[in-house]
Design a protein around this ligand. Structure first.
Ligand SMILES: [Zn+2]
Length: 470
């Protein structure tokens, strides 16, 4: 039974899906005006790990995450780059896919974009106006916050407390609103800015409305889980609830999950200059093995803050290496498992106990920090077992399968061991035959296959030579 800390109730609750065996998750995606920063990367890795664990537990996961491609920051950056906001968004959406791939984040079921949903957004806003939850003012449309009785339920604030804070704000927007708490659903077009026609005049959507529209459109009026960074809890997610529930009269999301922050450097360590420069994940993965970043972020419980520093990175690299070594040891031993123990029940039982513990830790609000501890224990067990004089193939195979499946939950996949020399010679012979037969597709395929394993071929008049990449 999976338990989830629900921000809405401030309690751990048993997860009950709307449809048995299925999970519908919506996670707020990036504003694509730049490369994703490490805080974004943490959020996407956290929810990717959660998604993978659901899959490990047999659920079918529908995972939707949006791209905010209409926004002040995008308009400003596009102007600076002298390109359209659309072209700028395209550029950073492409970069998003490259960077998240490097971090082994599974592609979402769907990545809806705001620009593709303008008619849906206009329709949604019109419905809120018709229901009395929104009003037009000088070409803008605002949400009538006080009309929604549950406003503040997610961030646990009373409407009067919020009113005090909001009333201190000033500006033209404040002057045209009915109430300082009201927030924009539609912003009238400014000179030279991208805009779309709407019943209230040309303009563009406010930020909060897109997630209500895209989540309900693609996942349904009630979804299982809505996720995002802690910084989105208020006002973004509070506003998403107000918009969605006012429109549908139904609960928007049954579980609200928020991941912790990333801070840079630790108290005892002088901030290194190189670290200070790595604000985007894009730059970071050029310098640090993406698998180490993934491991560090995936093995921290998602609600905890991550203090990102060289020390924690080094620790993560060492731990990852230990796990890799354990896998290599066991794989090597399995290859030479000539003798088989008569009975292996006791060892299989040990593995089963470890598996139960792994599941119990992860079921407890995706406690990855405790979950990875069980993986370390399995690694230790694999090392010890691999040194036994007689081993059981069934036990080793089962242990390696569990090991790989658990690491997969954290997004870690160790590449298969490289080719042995004789295997390389064999493939080269096959390639030479293919070339003789003018089967160049096959000969290129073999070259690429070897290249993936770091083996470089060199065709000389005397024949094909090969070497391993340094
Ligand atoms: Zn959102």
């Amino acid at each position: 039974m999976i338990k989830i800390y629900n921000t809405l109730t401030r309690k751990k609750e048993e997860f009950k899906p709307i449809t048995p065996g299925q999970v519908k998750i919506y996670v707020c995606g990036p504003t694509v005006y730049n490369y994703i920063h490490i805080g974004n990367a943490r959020s996407f890795i956290a929810f990717d790990t959660i998604r993978r664990y659901f899959e490990y537990r047999g659920y079918a996961v529908d995972f939707v995450t949006n791209f905010t491609d209409v926004d002040d920051k995008i308009i400003r950056a596009a102007k600076e780059a002298a390109i359209t906001p659309e072209a700028l968004a395209d550029r950073f959406i492409e970069a998003y896919f490259e960077d998240t791939k490097a971090l082994n984040i599974e592609p979402a079921t769907l990545n809806p974009r705001v620009m593709d949903h303008i008619p849906d957004i206009i329709e949604f806003i019109q419905d809120l106006i018709d229901k009395g939850f929104a009003y037009e003012a000088s070409g803008d449309v605002y949400y009538r916050t006080r009309k929604f009785p549950d406003y503040g339920k997610l961030s646990d604030q009373s409407i009067d407390e919020l009113e005090v804070g909001a009333s201190q704000r000033t500006g033209t927007e404040q002057a045209i609103k009915e109430d300082p708490l009201d927030f924009a659903l539609w912003k009238s077009a400014k000179e030279g800015e991208i805009s779309w026609e709407a019943p209230w005049g040309a303009g563009r959507p406010g930020w909060h409305i897109e997630c209500s529209v895209m989540a309900t459109k693609h996942l349904g009026e009630t979804i299982d889980i809505h996720g995002g960074g802690q910084d989105l809890e208020f006002p973004h997610h509070e506003n998403e609830i107000a918009q969605s529930e006012a429109k549908t009269g139904k609960t928007f999301a049954n579980y609200w999950m928020h991941n912790g922050y990333v801070t840079i450097g630790d108290d005892n360590e002088k901030m290194s200059k190189s670290l200070g420069n790595f604000i985007t994940a894009h730059e970071l993965i050029q310098q640090v093995d993406p698998q180490v970043i993934r491991f560090l972020m995936a093995t921290t419980q998602y609600r905890r803050p991550i203090r990102y520093s060289e020390t924690v990175l080094q620790e993560a690299a060492v731990n990852l290496q230990r796990l890799h070594t354990a896998k290599e040891n066991a794989t090597f031993r399995l290859a030479q498992a000539s003798s088989t123990l008569a009975t292996d029940e006791a060892d299989l039982a040990t593995l089963l106990v470890l598996e139960e513990r792994f599941v119990a830790e992860m079921d407890d609000d995706f406690n990855c920090a405790n979950g990875i501890t069980v993986v370390y224990e399995l690694a230790k067990w694999l090392n010890t077992y691999s040194e036994r004089e007689a081993v059981s193939e069934a036990v080793l195979t089962s242990a390696l399968e569990k090991f790989a499946a658990w690491l997969q939950v954290f997004g870690i996949v160790f590449a298969a061991a490289g080719y042995l020399d004789e295997e390389v010679d064999q493939l080269i012979a096959e390639r030479n035959q293919a070339r003789k037969d003018k089967n160049f597709a096959r000969s290129d395929e073999i070259r690429d296959l070897l290249k993936e394993q770091g083996i470089i071929l060199e065709d000389t008049p005397q024949g094909t030579r090969w070497r391993r990449e340094a």
